[in-house]
Design a protein around this ligand. Sequence first.
Ligand code: SIN
Ligand code: NI
Length: 258
Amino acid sequence: MQRMMTEEQLEFYRENGFVQVDDVFTAEEIDELAGAMEEAMVSEGVNSIANGANNSSYSKVLNQKVNVWRDHGIMSKYSLHARTADIARQLSGASGIRLFHDHALWKMPNDSKPTPWHQDMPYWPMNEPGALSVWIPVDDVDERNGCMMFVPGSHKVGKLTGISLTNPQNLFEFAQGTGIEERQPVVVPLKKGSCTFHHGLTFHYAHANLTDKPRRVLAVIYMPDGTTYTGKKHIVTENAGLTVNEPIRGGTFPLLAK
Ligand code: SIN
Ligand code: NI
């Protein structure tokens, strides 16, 4: 069943660059997703791409696997889910929404590091703004196990430099003079089943995981249909047969909502 955003939620997203949406998935759905993600994280899929599973400095920040939907049927049910894709369509105001990629984003226990303040868009090979992420935890999250924080309105600052997640520069220094450094970040604890959507230019951060269990999240990146390719190197666009300045389309970037 589709979920219509209220005018208040749409306005909140447009103004702040993120929005919390409660009870998007039922407890049964979250259990199914959690089980599938557990399987996907340990299986050696040929189409997904892992990063951070070893003992690198990146692994202290995130243990992540990209395009898990391409190796696991139940993951594809959630990564391609019409409910979240349609919410993304409504928030972005686009007439159609495509998948860019999914990623399982686990923050492992033991010597966990925060995900530093960054914008997502500088890493994505897209000419136009408008792409956004849904962040779906399958465990309750708060400041002790890696919940997110957002700087309201920071998506209006424009595209800054991509930050190293392991040796981070201070994102706020790149935004000097914009007034963003005075804005109070908003901490967003979530109950499982609820999620956040954030704009690709919104400043965001996730706390370290100080508990003894992994913080398990599925994030899905959506882009408005018609978003064009810059040619910048990115793991999911390699060998995808894309042409610079032409729309990002094709079988691995399916249209999910219109
Ligand atoms: C995280 O889950 O720790 C970070 C998510 C993001 O950067 O979008
Ligand atoms: Ni991010």
